[in-house]
Design a protein around this ligand. Structure first.
Ligand SMILES: *Cc1c(COP(=O)(O)O)cnc(C)c1O
Length: 337
């Protein structure tokens, strides 16, 4: 048995999801005529209490569309230095939107209203105009850390005062919500746009959704087109999203419980000096006296897959296809390394 903890994107559609995909009514979504895509967009917009939504192939695309909506050439985005939008989207802020970025530091990948306030550029000929703030929840590089709504509220107030757009990279937002018990609408109320991935813990093969106002999502459809993301009978994919929202949200709690146990197991290894606090489904281990390459070689010898996540860090992500039997087996195998 291979134990693959590289990412929660590795999950394969469940039998129920495949059934829903197979039987989905479809049409041409570029004409706005795919009933299943339309149903997914309506459903998720209502869930978040936001006006509209657009279904896209990836979370990179939904984030990059949001950046295009909220910036212009020579303007600037504020985000954490470990943000996905900055580190893992191929330089898209620059390449897609010709915008600059100001990177902030902060514990577990999170930034505060005070830091943001101090980083807004003055109205000065030398400076790019700050137009947008982007947050990430849960925070991948922060070990799946969670922002509380109390941390978000002052950021929202500040952005409104200063006329800045606020975007949430909520690739794993549902992981946060099942832990805090907050509702999607609690979060929808505080952001101009939210990106949510269906292809991570929710277990879909493809797909992310961007939520926002009617006018922003109307513009987003044009941006999606120029990014090459206009899909035709995409209802087969959207059906997976509807199924996931109906059946595979609550179970994320199981992934978190297994991640906590996995973190406990790893913390007992002599070469592990620290485990980041495990808040959701991501476990980051800091190594001591060995390198990620050496440590991961020992793991692969035991048929356990993980990813290097920094010069002394290794990441493990729990997911739909990692059950109790895999966890137990993981414990046995790492005993031997
Ligand atoms: C996965 C992920 C995305 C989007 O990634 P895609 O692979 O393009 O769907 C965006 N933000 C975060 C934090 C992610 O983990």
């Amino acid at each position: 048995m291979i134990i693959d903890l590289r990412s929660d994107t590795l999950t394969k559609p469940t039998a129920g999801m495949r059934e829903a995909m197979f039987s989905a009514p479809v049409g041409d979504d570029v004409f706005g005529e795919d009933p299943t895509v339309n149903a997914l967009e309506d459903k998720i917009a209502k869930l978040f209490g936001m006006e509209a939504a657009i279904f896209c192939p990836s979370g990179t695309m939904t984030n990059q569309i949001a950046i295009r909506l909220h910036t212009r050439i020579q303007t600037e985005v504020i985000c954490h230095k470990y943000s996905h939008i900055y580190l893992y989207e191929g330089g898209g802020i620059m390449a897609n939107s010709l915008a600059s970025v100001k990177l902030l530091d902060g514990d577990l990948g999170k930034i505060t209203a005070a830091q943001i306030a101090a980083s807004i550029n003055p109205d000065d000929i030398h400076a790019p105009e700050t137009t947008m703030v982007s947050l990430e929840n849960t925070m991948n590089k922060g070990g799946g850390s969670i922002y509380t709504l109390d941390e978000i509220k002052p950021i929202r107030v500040l952005c409104q005062e200063k006329g800045l757009k606020l975007h949430l990279d909520g690739a794993r937002l549902f992981n946060a919500l099942v832990e805090t018990g907050e509702s999607p609408a609690d979060w929808g109320a505080h952001f101009d746009t939210i990106s949510v991935c269906l292809s991570k813990g929710l277990g879909c093969p493809i797909g992310s959704v961007l939520l926002g106002s009617k006018s922003d999502i109307k513009r987003a459809r044009k941006v999606r087109k120029v990014f090459g993301g206009g899909m035709r009978q995409a209802g087969f994919l959207a059906a997976a999203g509807i199924y996931a929202l109906d059946h595979q949200v609550g179970r994320l709690k199981e992934d978190h419980a297994r991640a906590r146990e996995l973190g406990e197991m790893l913390s007992k290894l002599p070469m592990v000096s620290e485990i980041f606090p495990v808040a959701t489904n991501i476990v980051i281990a800091r190594l001591e006296g060995t390198t990620p390459e050496e440590f991961m070689k020992k793991l692969t010898d035991q048929h356990i897959k993980s990813v290097k996540f920094g010069k002394d860090l290794v990441r493990f992500v729990t997911h739909l296809d990692f059950g109790d039997e895999h966890l137990e087996e993981f414990g046995k195998r790492i005993g031997g390394i």
